[in-house]
Design a protein around this ligand. Sequence first.
Ligand code: APR
Length: 248
Amino acid sequence: MSCAAMQEQNPIVEARSVLASARRILVLTGAGISAESGVPTFRGEGGYWRNKSYQELASPVTFKRDPRLVWDWYLMRRQTVNDCRPNAAHVALAKWTEIARWTRDVQLVTQNVDGLHESAGHPDVIRLHGSLWRNQCTRCGKEREEKSLNYGQLPVSPCCGALERPAIVWFGEAMPTKPMAMAYLTCLACDAVLVVGTSGIVMPAAEFVINAKKRGAIIIDVNPDDDAVPAHIKLRGQAATLVPAILA
Ligand code: APR
């Protein structure tokens, strides 16, 4: 069936039908799935802090020059996310995945670092960009879970006694090998991709969708706005409403 034909019919009905018949499903999420939990997205008005863009702050160059500034931004984000709870989209996705995995391959790959998928009980989340709730040793690279919301002194690693950085993948840095490999293999094998809450412009996540489509996977996109996701089925609306509706 052509993209236009799929879109013409009720997109929710079409999306349900695709997800019901797919054997291998890649789910890709972005900041938009957490928007209704109160977590700012990047390219909306939440993308600036102290008049600096996300790109300037999430940068090894800025961290080397002013680690306090970068840590203050991440601590502000921890404080913001600390008051947020998973919304109906996170919860529906976690519950659906738990059941669907008895009979099919379903793998969540997220660009988010807020930890809300994990808080919703989602099994086995592949995090492409790291976690707000982990620190990394700048000397040996070892990571540890960390929930502090404030640092009087900048954090020092217990392993090496070196300055710690947020365990986040910054612009210009290499992607984490294992999550990338797992996400890539999933994108090669999937026959459907459910994309929720991403502008679809940041690589490599955007490329997973393009590659999956090239191989014949059906792409479903949930976003209130038009985005760069090359979807067959476009569900224009809020994740917390539409995700439970298509997974019901
Ligand atoms: N439901 C679904 N989608 C939503 C909602 C909502 N309630 N609210 C906003 N959105 C959509 C926006 O329309 C936008 O297309 O979520 C998308 C968020 O896009 P971005 O802010 O660009 O975030 P994301 O796509 O996750 O960015 C990818 O870029 O800045 C880097 O590392 C950062 O992981 C991030 C990556």
